[in-house]
Ligand binder design. Structure first.
Ligand code: NCD
Length: 329
């Protein structure tokens, strides 16, 4: 599906009207598996309008009076600051809890109780937590919408949405693309979400990783059942020439029990201008960031380097999601 198709289908709905508000009103955003192609068209249509509004007026009052609790149990730069920026650009405000060690969590408060507390003060809660499934637990206890900003090695659905919007904006299409995911496919929640989201389309997936960091078998199995072509590799050479999207990830050091295992695989794949000579002229390199050496800075000026542009799409997608779940899009 191309971006123009997506926008066309989104424009069948009223811009910033009640019709849109109803669709995701009060909805938790926990997993990419909750979205249909139609939902994506709808969200991206709103995100594109958010981009226009930011370009035109910067900040506006769509969510004036609404409060977001930004609850982060793990480090974050992009996700937390883009949610804050998104809320503030929409005229709302934010309770930032980035250092849970300064909150009652350090006194032993449970996640359900922390969530029950924040829902008294906020209209929507963004949660990043080290345990897989934590946002689903939070959603069980909260009457206010929960947005999963990363649950351990589980999922990162809002990242996958911005990744898909990046692909559509940069390449104009997602159907029939070859997407190569490289790096830590075992612990990387961004690739878990993105591979599942892409399985709504006709794509070909290559997975390039060290043996101990292969894509989880349950995800491969799920995508197989949907008829998605998936190939695993231990080197980049074979997949790179036909790749339209090279999605590079950081080896997730914090998930390793044994630091020696990390040392063995850190730096296994490094993207640099020399390696990229084998890639197409029209393709993109993405990375959810932070990078810790997987993409050489020498490649940053190449027009195929989309990872800095990718961050910007995150603002518009998160503005759209906040407006939608609060029924104000
Ligand atoms: C990612 C994450 O937290 O999963 N970062 C992000 O949200 N952009 C990727 C990572 O930490 O490697």
């Amino acid at each position: 599906m191309s971006l123009s198709n997506i926008q066309q289908s989104a424009s069948q709905h009223l811009p910033f009207g009640d019709q849109r508000g109803a669709r995701f009103y009060g909805t938790d955003i926990l997993s990419v598996n909750q979205f249909s192609k139609e939902d994506l068209a709808y969200i991206f249509g709103v995100a594109v309008e958010m981009r226009e509004m930011v370009a035109r007026v910067g900040t506006f009052d769509l969510l004036k009076g609404k409060i977001l609790a930004n609850l982060f149990y793990e480090p974050s730069t992009r996700t937390s600051s883009s949610f804050t920026a998104a809320m503030e650009r929409l005229g709302g405000s934010v309770i930032p809890i980035h250092e849970v060690k300064y909150s009652s969590v350090s006194k032993g408060e449970t996640l359900p109780d922390t969530i029950r507390t924040l829902e008294c003060y906020a209209d929507v809660i963004v949660l990043r937590h080290p345990e897989k499934g934590a946002s689903a637990i939070a959603a069980k206890y909260s009457k206010k919408p929960i947005l999963n900003a990363g649950d351990g090695v589980g999922e990162h659905p809002t990242q996958a949405l911005l990744d898909l919007l990046t692909i559509l904006e940069e390449l104009g299409n997602v159907e029939n693309l070859t997407v190569t995911m490289v790096g830590d496919l075992k612990y990387g929640r961004t690739v878990h979400s993105l591979s599942q989201l892409l399985s709504l389309y006709n794509v070909k997936l290559h997975y390039v990783s060290p043996d101990i960091l292969r894509m989880p078998p349950e995800i491969i199995e799920e995508l197989n059942q949907k008829g998605i072509s998936q190939t695993e590799h231990s080197t980049l050479e074979q997949a790179l020439p036909e790749t339209d999207v090279l999605y590079v990830t950081r080896v997730q050091k914090e998930r390793f029990d044994n630091p020696e295992d990390y040392e063995k695989v850190a730096g296994a794949f490094i993207i640099d201008p020399e390696i990229m000579k084998a890639a197409k002229k029209k393709m993109i390199v993405m990375h959810p960031l932070p990078r810790v050496g997987e993409i050489s800075m020498d490649f940053d000026d190449d027009s195929r380097a989309a990872y800095f542009r990718q961050m910007e799409y995150g603002l518009f997608v998160r503005m759209a999601l906040l407006a939608l779940v609060l029924g104000k899009a």
